[in-house]
Design a protein. Structure first.
Length: 309
């Protein structure tokens, strides 16, 4: 939808009307001779006499041009040219990010905990000035950091995570997602990205239901997959990228490996206006300039009401 970061066409399908307006204007100009079709049906001698007596008022070529310009401006106004509201990012509950980290044994013993912390910090930085929360889970889920814009305190908590942070054994991503959803709901957040960092273990119908509830609120789920880089203990579940891919698709987001997180970082780093527009809250993100074009279209339209001499 966006033409540039700060500009957009809210209703771009109206662009299709502009060529039609142009064709109609050309047709009208072509057919509108100074006296229209009267020269074909009136005897030339009679037409000359009427002209000498001042009874010939001329054609409507000027009016046709004015009508075409007005119609073009109206069609352009209907496309919804808009600029991003500069104050959109100042409201903390308009856009937020929740990072949900899997700290179950399959992740902490897979040799990637350091990379998990680093990529989570990258997500927080990609969120810019927006508030970020941190949820950790294994057998149960905990809010490690409530919504904050203090990146230093967030980083302190983040890099203190280890295999013993969550004492509950097991893997229940649905509990981490449920806690993320409640955190966003309590803050009355309009647009949000929930970034799930996991090896895919434990994803099932319960997690899918939580993601469906998020999508119903206009929030998106992004996924960062954690592969195992060393042999897991006997009985540990294997990383499941397929399950994570399916869950993220249901959440309307993007999946990437923690080693190549750029697609997810780009999604999180999109402007607040883009996030709001994607969630159906365009009016909060962009100021529609179409009304001013409608006023401008009134100027050539005035020509249509000019009295002939």
């Amino acid at each position: 939808m966006s033409l540039l970061d700060a500009y957009a066409l809210l209703r771009p399908w109206w662009l299709a009307a502009l060529p039609l307006v142009g064709l109609l204007a050309l047709r009208a100009a072509w057919r509108a001779a100074p006296l229209g079709d009267w020269t074909r049906v009136v005897d030339p001698a009679l037409m000359a006499l009427l002209a000498r007596r001042g009874a010939v008022l001329g054609g409507r070529r000027q009016a046709n041009l004015a009508a075409a310009v007005a119609a073009g401006l109206i069609a352009l106004a209907l496309t919804g040219p808009a600029t991003e509201r500069q104050d959109a990012a100042t409201f903390r509950n308009l856009d937020a990010t929740v990072i949900v980290i899997d700290l179950s044994r399959s992740v902490t013993e897979g040799g990637n905990l350091k990379e998990v912390r680093q990529v989570a910090q990258g997500v927080a930085e990609a969120a810019g000035t927006r508030s970020v929360s941190l949820v950790v889970y294994a057998g149960d889920a905990y809010l490690a950091t409530p919504p904050t814009t203090d990146r230093d305190s967030f980083a302190t908590t983040l890099f203190a995570l280890d295999a013993d942070t969550v004492p509950d054994r097991g893997t229940h991503p649905e509990r981490g997602l449920a806690l993320a959803r409640r955190t966003l709901a309590e803050a009355a957040v309009v647009a949000a990205d929930v970034v799930l960092i996991t090896d895919g273990d434990g994803i099932g119908e319960a997690a899918t239901r939580e993601v469906a509830a998020m999508r119903a609120r206009g929030w998106h789920l992004q996924g960062l997959f954690v592969p195992a880089t060393r042999a897991l203990p006997p009985g540990s579940p294997k990383p499941d990228r397929t399950a994570l891919d399916a869950l993220v698709r249901a959440g309307g987001g993007t999946t990437a490996d923690i080693g190549t997180p750029n697609p997810v970082l780009a999604a999180v780093g999109a402007s607040t206006a883009q996030h709001l527009a994607a969630g159906g809250y365009t009016v909060l993100a962009f100021a529609d300039l179409g009304r001013w074009l409608l006023l401008l279209a009134a100027l050539p339209a005035l020509v249509l009401f000019r009295r002939s001499a």
